[in-house]
Design a binder for this molecule. Structure first.
Ligand code: SAM
Length: 239
């Protein structure tokens, strides 16, 4: 059972519970987390190319079982991973024993961490998480508060349009059974322009954006110009 969430936390207990229930399968590359395993080298490489991970102090918000946190630590980053799912964090910590990687995992809300450690990080990552929170603006504000001036913030989420509905919900959840039904709520998907607007509101400027596409025939993900379903943004806090 997950620890009860404080009322002020920008979290949907049902969403956190959903990931807690599956947590034991997080590192199984053929489980419900297969899509995250498949995209992990792509997104880690994109971030590394953008800022050079080696030696950077990074906070990974909504780190779950730690796929991205560990991959960044393996590239030489000093990573703190935070999530509100005790079970996911437990799995992430256990996996460190297996991999030998070093990550500081903590059960704390992004907003609380931001209030306690403003400007403490060279970069913030918050991937595949914004579509699971009640108020993404609040999370993006916390990301902006956590990063130092001139530091980098990386966000990823799902676009909101009929194609994204078809691929991310109908395709992934109902036809290909890649994800459990109910994993995603279409209403919480975020259009790139909305994400950039929320980022600007938080004091973050857009550096670049890249699309992440899945080819159901080859079963291969790739990065490119097509931001119509899944996309990543690189933002920078003004100096
Ligand atoms: C789809 S998983 C993504 C995990 C990881 N970011 C990745 O991309 O590999 C979403 C994660 O967000 C977490 N989560 C949902 N709401 C949250 C919140 N308000 N604060 C922190 N974590 C949250 C869930 O517990 C889950 O671990």
């Amino acid at each position: 059972m997950n620890a009860p969430l404080q009322q002020s936390t920008n979290a949907d207990p049902a969403e956190v519970q959903k990931f807690s229930d599956l947590a034991h399968r997080w590192w199984d590359p053929n489980s419900e987390f297969k899509p995250l395993h498949d995209i992990n080298p792509l997104r880690t490489g994109w971030i590394d190319q953008a800022i050079g991970l080696n030696g950077k102090k990074i906070i990974d918000i909504g780190c779950g079982g730690g796929l991205l946190s560990e991959a960044m630590a393996t590239e030489g980053a000093n990573v703190t991973g935070i999530d509100l799912s005790d079970k996911a964090l437990g799995v992430a910590k256990l996996h460190l024993l297996e991999s030998g990687a070093k990550v500081d995992y903590r059960h704390i809300a992004a907003e609380t961490m931001a209030a306690e450690h403003p400007g403490a990080f060279d970069a913030v990552t918050c991937l595949e998480m914004l579509e699971h929170v009640p108020d993404p603006q609040q999370t993006i504000d916390a990301c902006a508060q956590l990063v130092k001036h001139g530091g980098d913030v990386f966000l990823s989420t799902l676009n909101r349009n009929p194609k994204a509905y078809l691929f991310a919900i109908i395709g992934a959840e109902y036809i290909l059974n890649m994800l459990p039904k109910g994993t995603h709520d279409y209403a919480k998907f975020i259009k790139p322009a909305e994400l950039v607007r929320m980022a600007r509101h938080a004091g973050l400027d857009l550096v670049s954006m890249v699309g992440m596409s899945y080819n159901p025939l080859t079963k291969v993900y790739s990065l490119g110009n097509d931001t119509s379903v899944n996309y990543l943004v690189h933002l920078r806090r003004s100096v």
